[in-house]
Write a protein that binds this ligand. Sequence first.
Ligand SMILES: [Zn+2]
Ligand SMILES: [Zn+2]
Length: 148
Amino acid sequence: MKIKINDISKEGLTIEEKQDAGALDLARDDLKFVTPVSITAFLTRDKDEVYAHVTASGRIEAICGRCLAAYPIDFSKEFDFSYDIKGKTVLDLTEDIRQEIILEYPIKPLCRESCKGLCQVCGKSLNDGDCGHKPDAQKWNEIKKSGN
Ligand SMILES: [Zn+2]
Ligand SMILES: [Zn+2]
């Protein structure tokens, strides 16, 4: 998202863009945008500084870190930036927006807080019901005890 500083009037400037998520290099192994990223920036100028209020939104497909199922996240975040524009004619917000979006990603995506994960024996998702395999109860107790 490139902005000509002279286009920012006293009342400010609003720019809307749809950016290709691939071009922004936003994919992570377990997260990717499945829509273009809608970016709206409102820019104001004060002497040698430009302030930008940015909203970025789109739909992400995430892979659950426990059960490995794909699930959607509706991403929508707002960011604020300020720039020293002394001697500049053009501002490029792209890299700052990219970094802020990635910082907002969940560290470990979970399809739900209570996701039960996969059966250690057969690999079936335990969210779909009990597959009949029981974790070794005695072993579990030992793990719990030593964990405390
Ligand atoms: Zn899950
Ligand atoms: Zn099982």
